[in-house]
Design a protein around this ligand. Structure first.
Ligand code: FES
Length: 135
């Protein structure tokens, strides 16, 4: 029996995706990428979170929002996918990213109304893509 309640019968169908290669304007090229730093912060928070049920945090190299760095996305079967941009790699963005992922997981239809989203995600939406298939 697995003692971790976040692992087991719940398949992690929801994904919080962070671009690890984003660099904001003026970011030194010889420093770690802004996206990589944001990804590391979110992963650390996720690892320490008591609520990791049903979703995973993953990093990808580029989501084609490079001129709106940093970018964060959400995806799940039967729900719209989202791409957000213009996010600083701050502690606040990291905390809000996890809160947004939990909100998305808990939403039956995946709709994330602007006013209900964590403050970091009330602006900067780059795409809302309808679900490929109904759930
Ligand atoms: S490098 Fe992050 S979206 Fe392209």
């Amino acid at each position: 029996m697995n003692p971790d309640p976040n692992v087991g019968s719940h398949r992690p169908l929801h994904r919080l995706i962070i671009c690890t290669t984003c660099r904001r304007e003026g970011s030194p090229v010889d420093a770690p990428s802004d996206g990589g730093r944001l990804h590391d912060k979110v992963q650390a928070l996720f690892a320490a979170s008591p609520d990791r049920r049903g979703f995973v945090v993953t990093g990808v190299e580029c989501m084609s929002g490079c001129n709106r760095s940093c970018t964060v996305a959400l995806a799940a079967p039967g729900k719209p996918s989202y791409l957000f941009g213009g996010l600083p790699p701050s502690d606040e963005t990291a905390v809000d990213s996890l809160a947004l992922a939990i909100q998305y997981r808990n939403s039956a239809d995946g709709d994330l109304a602007r006013r209900s989203r964590p403050s970091s995600f009330r602006r900067g939406i780059l795409a809302k893509i309808p679900a490929a298939f109904a759930s």
